[in-house]
Design a protein around this ligand. Sequence first.
Ligand code: DC
Length: 228
Amino acid sequence: MKKITIAIDGFSSTGKSTLAKQLAKQLGYVYVDTGAMYRAVTLYAMQNGFVSENHLDKENLVVDLPKVQLQFQFNPDLGFAEMYLNGNNVEAEIRTLDVSRLVSKVAEISEVRAKLVEQQQQMGKNKAIVMDGRDIGTVVFPDAELKIFMTASPETRAQRRYDELLEKGQAVSFADVLQNVKERDYIDTHRDDSPLVQAEDAVVVDNSSMSREEQFEVVLNIVKEKLV
Ligand code: DC
């Protein structure tokens, strides 16, 4: 069967990764969560004192970038690949609200983006890949056969993220999560390098009032049309 590239972009907490994982599993494709890569670089920057709430040492972070080794390793028990930073599994650490608060600052740095985009293009060179992020259909794979742009209201997205964090035992307030969602929307759509924009040829999926199953059904039908 024909192999294609599926690019999924959209605002934070729109369920991009859930959909991308479902599609990859169904099609036997590789799934790549590019947000995890930006989160892992952010964790590295935090651990080395390059970024905090009121400070960003861009220069030294950029100098250190060659030391940042990112790798995805498939975990058969979970059914998806986990993020490793310099050999350590950082899957749990990169999902905390602390990392979420700082990641947009790090993702604004062009040198960081250039390094990660190159790795992403390398991972997708043989197609049969589902990649999610903010610039996949516009920058990483502008020729992707299928581009999906996902959106939902900030409140719906904050509620989803809040429920996830509570489930993981993290003590957070809904107000903080909503504020973080709105701040990241602003920074992601206003940065100079590769801002989050809908590719002209993307299919828009607003899942504010769709269940995961309904959404999967809708998108799978679109995918099937592309595979014939
Ligand atoms: O998808 P996520 O929420 O885990 O992404 C974390 C952050 O990384 C998000 O605020 C913006 C940034 N990001 C990006 O700039 N480009 C991507 N391709 C993926 C994520």
